[in-house]
Design a protein around this ligand. Structure first.
Ligand SMILES: [Zn+2]
Length: 359
């Protein structure tokens, strides 16, 4: 009796076996279809998703809206020309109107494929994911954090800096900042209150005295423009352990040596821009001061309003001083030229204010 029932059970089980095997095959095939990165499978999947009406957020197409909006002051800025210096028409840059920064491409970040791929991301239709993952999903452990600093151009100007930033690229515990006071980025002029501005902040990159990462910037650019955005990214990384694609480009016009401004673009990878997503242009200006972007000479409103007075020019170096400056005492009579002029007259003639007496 017991034997018969046992046989009966075995019979049931053997009838169920092919059904289970078929189900298993279907599941494996489905998993392969969803996760495979083979081009043929990927294309089939993308076309299926498309037919189902699934529209992935296409980062590359984010810039399509540029120029559509006529009251957008940034409509003139095109997506960055990667790796190259940017001798762009100043008229195409947004005008400073009191904002620390303005949006580029409606604020939607966009990067070339290479920037994603170097970080370990692969294209998945219009989306990005890490290899072997479900559509558009990212596994932090499969990412490759990196930093890239473009070479200086033939005028010694920074070109761009970008990377996939995370805790891995940040300064490690106890890592000390080096001295950067001897660095002179393009357009650096003494005694004009210039600051050495990192393209990718030390806090994000642990990159300090790298000439490809330092530009001549105003305190306003450094602290009011870039700093809040850098801190947003820094806090996000600390809080989540996630990674952020990050791109910074100084914009120069013509042969000028001081950047007019800096474009900053960032996008958090694991959450697809939920945490961090911006594309902005920060102004390299000082409110109420005029900057000569060719020479780095800054003229404040007060200086511009000064009456003509006596200055001593060193005709050999082209530097001008107050008559009381020690530099004048040391100057050879041969090079000494005393003039009565305004500061603006002298700077517009190409003379440079002394770094010691700061006329
Ligand atoms: Zn002097």
């Amino acid at each position: 009796m017991a034997k018969e029932s046992q046989n009966k059970n075995t019979g049931d089980r053997s009838r169920r076996r092919p059904a289970l095997a078929l189900l298993l095959v279907i599941l494996i095939a489905a998993a392969f279809f969803i996760m495979s990165d083979a081009p043929l499978v990927k294309n089939a999947r993308d076309s299926l998703m498309h037919r189902l009406g699934y529209e992935a957020i296409d980062q590359e197409n984010g810039s399509e809206s540029t120029g559509e909006n006529s009251d957008d002051k940034n409509s003139g800025i095109k997506a960055a020309e990667w790796d190259t210096a940017s001798d762009i028409d100043p008229a195409s840059l947004p005008e400073y109107n009191g904002q620390n920064y303005v949006k580029v491409s409606d604020g939607v970040p966009a990067f070339p494929d290479d920037v994603y791929e170097r970080g370990g991301l692969i294209k998945d239709g219009g989306d990005w994911k890490t290899k072997g993952n479900l559509f558009g999903t990212v596994d932090s452990n499969k990412l490759t954090p990196y930093e890239y600093y473009g070479s200086l151009d033939d005028k010694g100007r920074c070109t761009c800096a970008y990377g996939l930033l995370g805790e891995e690229t940040m300064p490690q515990d106890g890592q000390e900042r080096g001295d950067i006071s001897s660095m002179h980025p393009s357009g650096w002029a003494k005694a004009q209150n210039w600051e050495r501005c990192h393209l990718i902040a030390w806090a994000l990159s642990a990159e300090n005295a790298n000439p490809s990462n330092l530009i001549t910037g105003t305190h306003y650019l450094n602290y009011d423009g870039m700093r809040p955005l850098e801190e947003e990214v820094e806090h996000y990384i600390w809080n989540t352990g996630n990674h952020v694609l990050y791109y910074v480009k100084p914009w120069f016009t013509g042969n000028e040596l001081v950047a007019r401004g800096v474009q900053m673009t960032a996008w958090s990878v694991e959450d697809k821009g939920e945490g961090i997503s911006f594309n902005v242009y920060c102004f390299n200006v000082t409110p109420n001061a005029e900057i000569d972007y060719k020479t780095g000479i800054v003229t404040t409103e007060e200086q511009a309003a000064q009456d003509a007075r006596v200055y001593v020019i060193n005709t050999r170096s082209g530097v001008f001083h107050y008559p009381t400056c020690d530099g004048v005492k040391e100057m050879s009579e041969h090079n000494k030229k005393t003039v009565t002029a305004t500061r603006t007259e002298l700077t517009s003639q190409g003379y440079t204010p002394c770094g010691a007496c700061e006329p």
